[in-house]
Design a protein around this ligand. Structure first.
Ligand code: DQA
Length: 148
C-alpha cells in the first residue's frame, strides 16, 4: 500500500511558529514519526510540503498515478481554496484531512473546511499525533476497502 502526505503553507515553520498553537515539534520530526509508523504498518509513504497553492493542486493531481490514499494538511488553504477542493474532487483519491490544532475551536474563519465533507475523515487537535492517528485511520480504511 502506498500513501502520500501533503502539507500546505507555513507548515515548514512548525516548531518555531506559534508553538502555543502548534507545539514545538518540527515538520521534519512529524515526518520521521509518520514514516516510522508507516514502516511498522508496512506502508510506503511519500512526503511533500509546499507554500504555493498551485503546487499543492499539482501534487493532488499527481496522486492519481502514485498513491492509494493521502493525508492532507492543506493548512490555511483548507479554509479558502476552491482550487484545492476541486483537485481532490477530480482525483477521487481517498484522503484524511489532518490538522495539528482543533480548527473547530478556533476563529470562525478556521471552523469552515472546504475539504472535510469530501474526506474519509478529519483528525484535528492532537498536535503532531494527528498525523499518526490520521495514518492509522486511513490505512484501516484502505485495508477494509481492499477486503471487500
Ligand atoms: C492547520 C490549521 C490551519 O487553520 C492553519 O492555517 C495552519 C495549520 C493545523 O494543522 O492546525 O496553517 O492546518
Amino acid at each position: 500500500m502506498r500513501i502520500s502526505v501533503l502539507n500546505g503553507p507555513n507548515l515548514n515553520l512548525l516548531g518555531d511558529r506559534e508553538p502555543e498553537v502548534y507545539g514545538r515539534v518540527s515538520l521534519a520530526e512529524v515526518e520521521a514519526a509518520t514514516r516510522e509508523r508507516a514502516r511498522a504498518l508496512g506502508v510506503e509513504c511519500a512526503w511533500t510540503q509546499t507554500n504555493h497553492e498551485g503546487e499543492l493542486v499539482e501534487a493532488i493531481q499527481g496522486l492519481r498515478q502514485s498513491t492509494d490514499g493521502a493525508l492532507i494538511n492543506a493548512a490555511a488553504f483548507t479554509h479558502t481554496s476552491l482550487a484545492v477542493r476541486d483537485a481532490v474532487l477530480a482525483v477521487r483519491v481517498p484522503f484524511v484531512e489532518v490538522h495539528l490544532s482543533n480548527i473547530f475551536a478556533r476563529e470562525p474563519e478556521r471552523r469552515r473546511s472546504l475539504l472535510a465533507d469530501v474526506a474519509v475523515g478529519v483528525v484535528a487537535g492532537f498536535g503532531a499525533d494527528s498525523y499518526r492517528l490520521g495514518l492509522e485511520g486511513l490505512v484501516a480504511y484502505l485495508a477494509s476497502r481492499r477486503g471487500r
